[in-house]
Design a protein around this ligand. Structure first.
Ligand code: SF4
Ligand code: SF4
Length: 89
């Protein structure tokens, strides 16, 4: 059975996603620098997640039917969908 997160994507178009600057590629992490917006000296945010309405710049497709994370392997650990993936739900 396909995991619902694989097509849903609603949380990637609902929440602000912040993470440590150390998660960016520039600092030795995985998150592509072009998708990270610096918030403070120690915090970054996924581009687009503080827009109104929010939508992560890495989210592809149509929310609710055919959505996907364009940087699944490189997304920050704080991603809302990532928690569910990791929990194996
Ligand atoms: S965790 Fe996010 S992407 Fe997954 S089913 Fe829930 S709202 Fe959709
Ligand atoms: S990086 Fe991927 S999983 Fe994280 S908020 Fe953006 S689209 Fe969702």
């Amino acid at each position: 059975m396909t995991h619902p997160c694989l097509t849903c994507g609603a949380c990637c178009a609902s929440f602000r996603v912040d993470f440590s600057v150390h998660e960016t590629q520039d600092m030795g992490g995985d998150v592509p620098d072009g998708l990270a917006v610096e918030v403070t000296g120690s915090t970054c945010r996924m581009r687009g997640t503080d827009h109104s309405p929010p939508r992560c710049a890495a989210l592809t497709g149509k929310v609710g039917s055919q959505a996907a994370c364009g940087i699944y392997e490189w997304r920050p650990p704080s991603c809302p969908a990532g928690v569910f993936y990791k929990a194996g739900l």
